[in-house]
Unconditional design. Structure first.
Length: 381
């Protein structure tokens, strides 16, 4: 047997021992859960955890302190999850989710009053038409207006862009999420194609001013860089840009907007699909005031504030890992009036009926200062 094969055999023997000891530890965790049930004790014992992590660090060389504490933090997270399953503890959030799942209709609504930002032809309106068969759409000048329409009951739902595959997150929408009470009930991905639109008779060489939304401008940066003679102006929406061009008395202006807007506002397409990449998608969220969880929900969105100390975010991520829950998005936004502190946004991929999801929602309070459940939903493509 070679030296390497001998070393591997010894590692296998150690691993076998560790595996047997892990199984024994989980059995003891079950006995601890039974004791805590009988004596009405909480699952979480912070003082015990701190003492345990300090103890295991003392048992290894200094260069292994961090690694062994990370290992035992993960082991203890798995033990606590097993204890909760055995105790069958019902948390407030868990009960809220269960209640919402039970009273939400089996089918997503076909008709609804929907709020969108912009004007007719906006991508938000196109997304709403994809989500609902017969939506009655009200348009608002700002994203704030959409949130208010839903919050005040003027509209049952609102449709808002949250991220683009090339330009990234719509920061304004994420910032507004901190200020409004709402829930996400569905998301939809929409293929986005930007064209350069102008009044009939205008040629490409005539264009001096181009109007569009800031994200559309970012998505078409290569085209605009190739035309330095064009001055770029930011407006609140791509459809608003098309409408402005159609109503202007000028023959030297154009809009970066959709081909739908070309037909809607009687404009001519000077250049088609001028975005930097053909694989350009925007993800839209459909929000409601009340919590609605439709069958098949396999995504969840959370907002979370973690303590401002080393390892705080890791503890959250370790909880997802321990429960085998896939994290599909992590975004951070600065908290107003709190220096260098952030709100974290998580999108998770896990069926709402899965045991792992239940274990997560009853334990989130242990790993963060504050958290807010935004909803569980499915994504339409």
């Amino acid at each position: 047997m070679s030296e390497l094969e001998d070393l591997r055999k010894r590692i296998d023997d150690v691993d076998a021992g560790m595996t047997a000891l892990f199984a024994q530890r989980m059995e003891l965790a079950a006995e601890v859960a039974d004791y805590k049930r009988a004596n009405a004790l909480p699952v979480l014992d912070k003082a015990r955890e701190r003492a345990k992590l300090a103890s295991v660090a003392e048992q290894v060389p200094p260069e292994l302190h961090d690694q062994v504490q990370v290992l035992y933090s993960l082991v203890m997270d798995m033990s606590k999850a097993a204890e909760r399953r055995r105790l069958g503890a019902d948390g407030t959030l868990e009960a809220l989710i269960s209640d919402a799942s039970g009273r939400t209709p089996a089918l997503f609504p076909q008709d609804a009053f929907v709020a969108c930002q912009g004007v007719e032809g906006a991508y938000s309106q196109i997304a709403a038409d994809k989500l609902f068969r017969h939506p009655s759409i009200s348009f608002f000048d700002t994203f704030e207006g959409v949130f208010r329409a839903v919050d005040e009951g003027f509209s049952s739902y609102g449709v808002l862009p949250v991220e683009n595959s090339t330009a990234g997150t719509v920061n304004q929408v994420y910032d507004l999420m901190m200020r409004h009470d709402f829930h996400i009930v569905r998301t939809v991905r929409l293929k986005v194609d930007h064209s350069l639109l102008a009044k009939r008779g205008t040629g490409l060489a005539d264009v001096r001013d181009v109007y569009s939304h800031e994200q559309a401008i970012e998505q078409c940066s290569a085209f605009l860089d190739a035309h330095p003679e064009m001055r770029v102006h930011v407006v609140e929406n791509t459809a608003v840009a098309a409408k402005m061009v159609s109503e202007s008395g000028r023959a030297d202006v154009a809009a970066l907007s959709s081909r739908t807007c070309a037909e809607l506002y009687g404009l001519e397409t000077l250049e088609r699909s001028v975005q930097d990449t053909g694989n350009n998608y925007t993800r839209f969220a459909c929000i409601s005031k009340g919590l609605e969880i439709y069958p098949g929900a396999d995504r969840t969105s959370l907002m979370m504030i973690v303590s401002h100390e080393p390892g705080s975010l890791y503890k959250v991520l370790a909880r997802f890992y321990a429960l085998d829950i896939n994290l599909v998005k992590l975004e951070s936004r600065p908290l107003p009036d709190r220096d260098f502190e952030f709100m974290f946004y998580f999108d998770l991929e896990c069926p709402v009926a899965a045991p792992a999801f239940r274990d997560l929602v009853v334990s989130l309070g242990e790993v963060c200062e504050e958290f807010r459940y935004l909803g569980s939903y499915s994504e339409q493509v």
